[in-house]
Design a protein. Structure first.
Length: 323
């Protein structure tokens, strides 16, 4: 099932001509590191250490030691930190089409086209005891190095900030893209080496034909929220868009996302309010209405709950940082 594009990240991963980017996200404390989202690109996650919980399509994966995880296109996923220690998560996000060829050789027919069409899936996880791990880590490091931002997959290295970003909900410390021809050639060759390593170790998996309807329902509901957040929404509206009973929908949503539908909606509205306060000079009353709050008292209460300050205090604080 092809999902509406509104739910995936608004900004392009990488550039239009070279859809590949790297990201570094840190855990500053316990809680959500990256909220539930999905995208059409492949994502390779590297965890060097720390305690995380990775949620993929309503399945939970505890992270307790060094490992790689792969997110296939269209998979609903999130990351939660389970320790207050400072740890890093690195990611490469790229479009499968970036690696395709015009020639119809065996690699194109048996590997690249099936990956791009979703008929062939990346493995879920790689750990250090697996033969493919060492060459995988080497190639992952090569990609990072080719972006000109870091020389090794090392949690102590901090990337400088760039203009693109990961999902708006992620706590991204830094990102990197490149338009340099030589760098792009190194990146593509390293990504192809990753594919070759996974293929040589027979780690690619054929896609199952039966999709989890629960995951598709959650993705559809999230899409509906982000498309209609400026309107007055009720649980009945959200449940109706996926043809589910209201009580069952609320239980399913809470199980999948970790918040009730209205909690998630209000948090999303506050994020939009923050964006308007930072990027526009709209009065607070107009920001309130633009973000779907019909009651100023409710807006102020929710805003303070998520930010610890009033909208005017936040605007002044944000302006002071940029000056």
């Amino acid at each position: 099932m092809q999902q509406p594009s509104i739910l995936k990240e608004i900004r392009t991963h990488g550039t239009d001509s070279f859809p590949c980017a790297i990201y570094r996200t840190h855990s500053a404390g316990k809680g959500t590191l990256v909220k539930h989202h999905w995208h059409d690109e492949v994502e390779i996650l590297y965890f060097s250490a720390g305690k995380f919980r990775l949620e993929i399509n309503m399945e939970s994966f505890p992270i307790r030691s060094e490992c790689f995880y792969f997110i296939n296109p269209g998979e609903l996923h999130s990351i939660v930190t389970e320790t207050s220690d400072r740890h890093w998560e690195d990611a490469i996000v790229f479009s499968p089409g970036l690696l395709c060829f015009d020639s119809c050789d065996e690699a194109q027919i048996r590997l690249l086209k099936p990956i791009r069409s979703g008929r062939l899936l990346f493995p879920r996880c790689l750990t250090p005891e697996q033969p493919a791990f060492a060459p995988m880590k080497s190639a992952f490091t090569d990609v990072m190095h080719a972006f000109g931002q870091m020389k090794a997959v090392d949690p102590s290295v901090i990337l400088p900030a760039a203009d693109t970003s990961r999902p708006e909900d992620a706590c991204v410390d830094s990102t990197a893209v490149t338009d340099d021809l030589t760098s792009q050639l190194y990146i593509k060759s390293a990504l192809l080496y990753i594919l070759a390593t996974l293929s040589a170790n027979r780690l690619f998996m054929p896609a199952e034909s039966n999709q989890d309807k629960r995951v598709e329902s959650i993705k559809t509901a999230l899409t509906y929220m982000k498309h209609h957040y400026q309107e007055k929404l009720h649980i009945a509206d959200l449940a109706g868009c996926v043809n589910l009973n209201e009580q069952y929908f609320c239980r399913l949503f809470k199980k999948a996302v970790g918040h009730s539908p209205m909690e998630y909606l209000n948090e999303y509205r506050i994020k939009q309010a923050i964006r308007l306060l930072e990027e526009t000079g709209l009065p607070v009353t107009e920001v309130c209405l633009e973000c779907g709050f019909n009651n100023m008292g409710n807006f102020l209460r929710e805003f303070r709950r998520y930010t610890g300050m009033t909208p005017l205090q936040y605007r002044k604080s944000a302006a002071a940082v940029t000056d």
